[in-house]
Structure formats: C-alpha cells, structure tokens
Design a protein around this ligand. Structure first.
Ligand SMILES: Cc1cc2nc3c(=O)[nH]c(=O)nc-3n(C[C@H](O)[C@H](O)[C@H](O)COP(=O)(O)OP(=O)(O)OC[C@H]3O[C@@H](n4cnc5c(N)ncnc54)[C@H](O)[C@@H]3O)c2cc1C
Length: 262
C-alpha cells in the first residue's frame, strides 16, 4: 500500500496547472481522496502529481439561470451553500451530506468525484438528473461537455488527459420544482449499493441511478430493461430491486419538495 515513486508540483494558477499537466503521465490532484488510494494500490502511477487544490475554482454561485459550482468545492462546502438548500437543487446538498466521513467531506471535491467516475459514486447521479454540464480547459482551449457525455464506463470519462474541469453548470429548474437523492449504502464502504437522484418539475421528471451499472445513468424507462451488474456484494437482480426502491423514494421526495416550492 505504498505508492510508486512520483514527483509533486503545486500549481499557482490555471495556466501553470495546464503547463504542468502537459507532461505525459502527469495527473491532477484535488482533495486526493480517490487518487491517493488508487496510487497506493498502484493502479495509478503518475510520473508527476500536479496539486490544483489552491486554484481559484471553488464556490457556488447562482447567475443567469444556472448554478455554477467550482470543481474544487468540497462536499462540506456544498452542504453549506444556501442555494442548494432550496427545493429545486436540494438533492445536491442532500447527496453531499451522505458521502464518506467528516475527513472525506472536508477534502473530497465534486470535480474529483466526477472525473474519478467510480460507478458507485453518489454525486454523478445527481448531476445527471439535473442535466449538469462541465466546462473544460486544456492548452488547446475550452469546451463544454454534458456530464452524460463525460461518463462512459467504470473509472472512465471522455476527458483528455490534459483537460481540467473548471466549472460545473447546473440549470436552475423552473419554479415549482423539487429534487432529492436516496440511497442504500454498503454497510462497510458507505458507497451506494444503489442510489437514485430525482428531479420533479412542472414540465416533467428525470431520474438517474448509481451503483447498479457500469456508470451512473439516466433512466429512460422501466428498470427491467436496464443493464444492471452484480458482484459478490449484491447480485444483479437484488441491485435492480434496490434501484427501484431508491428511485421511488427519491421521486416521492422530489415531488413533495416541488409542492412546497409552488
Ligand atoms: C473513506 C472514503 C469514503 C468515501 N465515501 C464515498 C461515498 O460514500 N460516496 C461517494 O460518492 N464517494 C465517496 N468517496 C470518494 C470521494 O467522495 C471522492 O474520492 C472525492 O470526492 C474525489 O475528489 P478529490 O478531490 O478527493 O479527487 P482526487 O482524489 O484529488 O482526484 C480524483 C481524480 O479526479 C481528477 N481530478 C480532480 N480534480 C479535477 C479537475 N478539476 N479536473 C480534472 N480532473 C480532476 C484527478 O486527476 C483524479 O484522477 C469516499 C472516499 C473515501 C476515501
């Protein structure tokens, strides 16, 4: 459980970080709550670890009909953000509250969670249900990418190795909306055996699930048609049943919050 030898550099600003990340096999580190464990297991062996934790990419701001979340915003900072207590985006704070322990919530970041792309991670399901988009920067320039297009498989995204997430934009749902997150956790790891995020708006509803597939995904119909995976902790049919339960719970809670917001 000792990482392979590596070098470390702290980026002073975004351009400096991009310059450092141009080195092949380099990797950004934010809170280190996922990267350090995979380095200890030697699944990741970056030649250079680029510390981006001091970049000015933190905070939650509502503007132009969207809520912009800096990728370095920690779970605890999300829990404390006023706009994420309100019914339309309450799922974000609710989900963050259930992640890990106090240390993980103090250090772990929303950007790191999305890019790590653990198929059982909680927040990507919330971002999928809310239709969030990532803003990415690389030496070649900037682009926007829907979270649904970023997550393609277990621990796999469509980001280029030299791209950094610089913003997560969540469209503010219309008046009369509510959102919620519900999960059944593995008792030992605390990760979701099945988790679901729901958004209920006057125009329609959206549900995304996590912990049950190769990546979190938006439900496009009944769960009977969805490809669900099983492992030694929970067979596929048990996970499918759990997913139905948490999807119903999340949707009921989102509808209740929507009523309060009318
Ligand atoms: C004990 C423990 C319990 C946990 N429990 C849960 C849980 O219940 N639910 C859950 O969902 N998660 C859980 N986690 C995971 C944790 O929430 C995530 O690891 C964390 O949020 C990832 O953020 P980080 O800042 O630590 O990322 P890091 O570990 O620093 O980085 C993770 C990956 O993201 C990349 N990265 C980071 N920031 C950026 C960026 N801005 N742009 C591009 N790439 C970037 C890194 O290069 C790396 O590949 C747990 C972790 C631990 C250690």
């Amino acid at each position: 459980m000792i990482p392979a030898e590596t070098r470390y550099a702290r980026a002073s600003d975004l351009d400096h970080a991009l310059e450092l990340l141009a080195e092949p096999d380099s990797k950004a580190i934010a809170g280190g709550q996922s990267l350090i464990p995979v380095m200890k297991l030697r699944i990741a062996r970056p030649s250079l670890v680029v510390d981006i934790s001091r970049l000015d990419l933190r905070g939650v701001e509502e503007r132009d009909g969207e809520v912009h979340v800096g990728p370095l915003t920690t779970w605890n900072e999300l829990i404390g953000a006023e706009v994420l207590q309100r019914p339309p985006l309450a799922a974000v704070a609710e989900c963050a509250r259930g992640i890990g322990d106090l240390q993980v919530r103090n250090l772990g970041t929303i950007g790191g969670s999305v890019v790590h792309a653990d198929p059982a991670s909680d927040m990507p399901a919330v971002l999928l249900a809310l239709g969030a988009r990532l803003r990415l920067r690389s030496p070649e320039g900037e682009r926007a990418l829907a979270v649904s297009d970023a997550l393609v498989g277990p621990f796999t995204t469509t980001l280029e190795p030299d791209e950094l997430v610089t913003d997560i934009a969540i469209p503010m749902p219309p008046h009369g909306s509510g959102s919620a997150y519900a999960s059944v956790e593995h008792p030992a790891s605390g990760f979701a055996l099945a988790g679901a995020a729901a958004l209920a708006t006057p125009d329609g509803e959206s549900v995304a699930v996590t912990g049950v597939g190769l990546t979190p995904f938006v439900l496009s119909g009944d769960l009977s048609d969805a490809e669900i995976f099983g492992d030694r902790f929970a067979p596929a049919e048990y996970r499918r049943a759990l997913a139905r339960v948490v999807a119903d719970r999340a949707l009921s809670a989102a509808r209740e919050r929507a009523k309060v917001n009318r």
